[in-house]
Design a binder for this molecule. Structure first.
Ligand SMILES: *Cc1c(COP(=O)(O)O)cnc(C)c1O
Length: 355
């Protein structure tokens, strides 16, 4: 820390992203990226736009937001596009919460929520998940704070049905409910269909997971026009050109190529079922995942030990040190071949353990 670092950030502990090794020797199953590249049309659209980079991007993302409005069946005024969905989440914390309007979220969920709260000096209450890591809906129907829920949750992958999300939104008319749907395309039910009915609902999605654009950084917020206007006030006060030209073009092309990405998501769902079944037959316990990752632990090997031994064998998974989840690893679902390599590596590791 320099002599100049403001006291207001002195105790801030930043989010720790998953490892991004510079060599390619790892099978990378640690940050929930897609194992598939963007579609050829997506890549072409981004490349064409690169030649126009002397000009600023369109701060309104007109073409992309029109396309997204059509895609989601809403109006343009219901949409904001951002630099990854992390940005729209941060904008929402900034716009709707403060000292007098605290936040609440689960003890086991996306690690960024507590970072955004600390960054913006927002008090927050942690709501414990049930022992089986499911969420108790009634804990959220009588909240006195703004709420953020990842659905499906991370790192458990457990999804709430839309009816439960609606109960939470409907029972908190004086609070903003943010539903983070980063993984919704792998089997969950999106709540964006409710934004016309509830003016306190903000749904966020990302192009990073199901649309193979993690490195392009594109997120989206969906809500009533007033909520979106507030988020735009924050956006235009920080970075009006938050979505660059290449990314906006790639996002547009990705929505046009929906069938390509839907087919990839279906393949990942199939691989997930294969991976969960294989892990269970090796004695692992897995949460019921509706995402592109599985969350698994075994009585036969500690969570951190498995993480380290897999790394030695060239496979990266994500281990979290939190007390309730330290025996687990979060494993991104890759291609069928990657899943098979993972299973054979784990089989070997378990064998070595038992000698
Ligand atoms: C990956 C992820 C995000 C955001 O990812 P971006 O790349 O910033 O769009 C948000 N929430 C959860 C739960 C995630 O796992």
């Amino acid at each position: 820390m320099s002599r100049f670092f403001s006291d207001k950030y002195a105790s801030l502990i930043p989010y720790t992203p998953g490892e991004q090794p510079k060599d390619t020797k790892y099978i990378k199953l640690n940050t929930n990226e897609s194992p598939y590249p963007p579609s050829p049309a997506t890549v072409k659209a981004a490349a064409e736009e690169a030649g126009k980079c002397e000009l600023y991007s369109d701060p309104e993302c007109t073409l992309l937001s029109e396309k997204a409005a059509e895609y989601f069946g809403v109006e343009r005024e219901n949409i904001i596009l951002t630099n990854g969905s992390d940005e729209v989440l941060n904008f929402a914390f900034m716009a709707f919460s403060d000292q007098d309007h605290p936040m609440a979220f689960a003890d086991i969920t996306y690690g960024f929520y507590s970072v955004f709260a600390q960054l913006n000096h927002i008090p927050y209450r942690i709501i414990k998940l049930n022992d089986d890591m499911t969420l108790n809906v009634s804990d959220y129907t009588k909240a006195t704070e703004n709420i953020v829920i990842a659905n499906p949750n991370a790192p458990t992958g457990i999804a709430l049905p839309l009816s439960d999300i609606e109960r939470i939104v409907a029972s908190n008319p004086y609070r903003v409910v943010i539903v983070d749907e980063a993984y919704i395309d792998f089997g969950g039910e999106s709540a964006h269909t409710l934004i016309k009915k509830y003016d306190n609902l903000l749904v966020t999605q990302t192009f990073s997971k199901s649309r193979s654009l993690a490195g392009a950084r594109l997120g989206i917020g969906l809500g009533c026009a007033q909520l979106i206007a507030d988020l735009n006030t924050v956006k235009y006060s920080t970075n009006p050109y938050n979505v660059n030209r290449m990314t906006a073009a790639a996002g547009y092309a990705a929505l046009c190529d929906d069938s390509y990405y839907k087919a990839n998501a279906k393949e990942i769902e199939k691989n997930r079922e294969y991976l969960q079944a294989s892990l269970r037959s090796l004695g692992f316990v897995c949460t019921q995942s509706s995402a592109n990752f599985v969350f698994a632990k075994s009585e036969q090997i500690g969570g951190e030990t498995l993480y380290l031994k897999l790394k030695e064998k060239g496979i990266l998974v994500r281990h979290f040190a939190g007390e309730r989840i330290k025996e687990y690893n979060r494993i991104t679902v890759g291609t069928r071949e990657q899943c098979e390599e993972l299973i054979s590596a784990i089989t070997e590791i378990l064998k070595e353990q038992s000698i």
